[in-house]
Write a protein that binds this ligand. Sequence first.
Ligand SMILES: [Zn+2]
Ligand SMILES: [Zn+2]
Length: 210
Amino acid sequence: MKYQIVPVTAFEQNCTVLWCDSSKRAAVVDPGGNLERIEAVLEKEGLSLEKILLTHAHIDHAGGTAELANRYGVPIEGPHKEDKFWIDALPQQSQMFGFPSVEVFTPNRWLQEGDKVTVGECELMVVHCPGHTPGHVVFHSQDANLALVGDVLFNGGIGRTDFPKGDHGTLVRSIKEKLWPLGSHVSFIPGHGPMSTFGEERRSNPFVAD
Ligand SMILES: [Zn+2]
Ligand SMILES: [Zn+2]
């Protein structure tokens, strides 16, 4: 599996184009906006877009979803159904943060703990990690030793929990009980900022270190 991070929106959200090298089939994870940047990667790498995957439904992660899905005629998988209220609130989120107008959508597939999603011939496991939002999911590829964690965990930080249905204790439990068991060697792409590994965060992250 290969990937390229494409920072999008004023929040520099790490939208990620993930693809299966043998089939050149791709998924876009968290298309918050700036679709032209995402399309440029698909084109440059000669990829065929197969689906959109969502970690959670905040505007900087999900704002471009409906438009991208319509343009390419591809399905939307994720997040967990507990984030439906955030999807329904996308127009208000857009207004509040001065984003371009955005369409509400219904995912073709809601995800839950233990589900598998595929990208070409590659497979990722779904880990439900509530706390930042109640329906936040993380995608983990055992083969690639890679996790896409959205706004659950950052290099040196954790997600905000001051939103409706956010909860600090739940978020810390999600990280320690769901992410750490995946292994210290796992590299992760956070929703914002530089990559890190779970092991490095267990050593040095001021919020969740051992
Ligand atoms: Zn978020
Ligand atoms: Zn974010």
